[in-house]
Design a protein around this ligand. Structure first.
Ligand code: AHM
Ligand code: MG
Length: 336
């Protein structure tokens, strides 16, 4: 039908959040307000990332601009934008960012009930060559009327009320779960709005792709080494898996979510806890994977059961399609 060529009924992320909210009559819209501030941060970073290459061309990076201010590095700038947007939402009490050593405790006057843990710009080694990078976030809720402490964020991932990421790629994509499945939204730059383009994402039960930094292979433990060997030389006569590795967690996880397969950042002899950070890398991605029907495993336990003891703690992580993660779990169980 010709009229269908132009969509006129747009499901924006705000409309979607309001719909979800209406299922909870007691809700006062705080989450929707918080989300709109996260979305603002993502739009800002998207614009900044898209301009980053251009800034080089016209000689801005690392130099002083017309106001005499030195140009901030993209990750520092992104962090400032998120911190300010989250504080000004009036809905947060504790913020943990990969960029800041210490957690930020929001002043009482603008305090709300949510804690947000985030990596404002992950995959920074990919910035200068224009490869996809992203923002990752997770959200906890604190008990009403209790003075917030660090213990409110040192909670297992299963206690998160929402998690998501925004990928700055060929398009800007925001993937979100509030605990009732996973939805993907794409930024329409002409509208400045995220539109629901990937409703109710489910990860394929088994995939054909594995994603890992194989340059670390000589330091892997034996279950990881055996698993990757099986990906390349399957013993059951099935076809070998393809290898895809970008080195940007958001991009590697996004592909895993849509196409299926497994993403691994294992422990190795040099990094016994792996590389990725529990609160704002492992937990949000594990939350999304489970919500999409996949699994996330640390090598010892379900990732979302882990109880962090410090805000920048790391953990090994294996996540993706249900059956693929099941295989690596079996290999670890066999050697436990
Ligand atoms: P960063 O927070 O310093 O950007 O590092 C995190 C990134 C992830 O996006 C990615 O999964 C991983 O580091 C890649 O690490 P490696 O280069 O060791 O393969
Ligand atoms: Mg990071």
């Amino acid at each position: 039908h010709a009229a269908d060529a132009h969509r006129t009924d747009l499901m924006t992320i705000t409309r979607h959040a309001l719909n979800e909210q209406s299922k909870f009559p007691e809700s006062r819209g705080d989450f929707t307000i918080l989300l709109s501030h996260i979305v603002l941060g993502c739009k800002f970073v998207c614009t900044a990332v898209n301009k980053a290459g251009l800034a080089k061309l016209i000689g801005l990076a690392g130099e002083t601009n017309v106001q005499g201010e030195e140009q901030k590095k993209l990750d520092v700038l992104s962090n400032e934008v998120f911190i300010k947007a989250l504080v000004s939402s009036g809905r947060t009490c504790i913020l943990v960012s990969e960029e800041d050593e210490e957690a930020t405790f929001v002043a009482e006057s603008s305090r709300g009930k949510y804690c947000v843990v985030f990596d404002p710009l992950d995959g920074s080694s990919n910035i200068d060559c224009g490869v996809s990078i992203g923002t990752i976030f997770g959200i906890y809720l604190v008990e009403d009327g209790v003075e917030p402490t660090l213990d409110d964020v040192l909670q297992p991932g299963k206690n998160m009320v929402a998690a998501g990421y925004c990928m700055y790629g060929s398009s800007c994509t925001l993937v979100l779960s509030t605990g009732g499945g996973v939805n993907g939204f794409t930024l329409d730059p002409s509208l400045g709005e995220f539109i629901l383009t990937h409703p109710d994402i489910k990860i394929p039960k088994k995939g054909k792709i594995y994603s890992v930094n194989e340059g670390n292979a000589k330091n892997w433990d034996s279950p990881t080494a055996k698993y990757v060997e099986k990906c390349k030389y399957p013993e059951d006569g099935s076809a070998p898996k393809s290898l895809r590795y970008i080195g940007s967690m958001v991009a590697d996880v996004h592909r895993t979510l849509l196409y299926g397969g497994i993403f691994l950042y294992p422990a190795d002899k040099k990094s016994p806890n792996g590389k990725l950070r529990v609160l704002y890398e492992v937990f949000p991605m594990a939350f999304l994977m489970e919500q999409a029907g996949g699994q996330a495993f640390t090598g010892k336990e379900r990732a979302l059961d882990l109880i962090p003891t410090s805000i920048h703690e790391r953990s090994p992580i294996f996540l993706g399609s249900y059956d693929d993660v099941e295989e690596i779990k079996a290999l670890y169980a066999a050697e436990a």
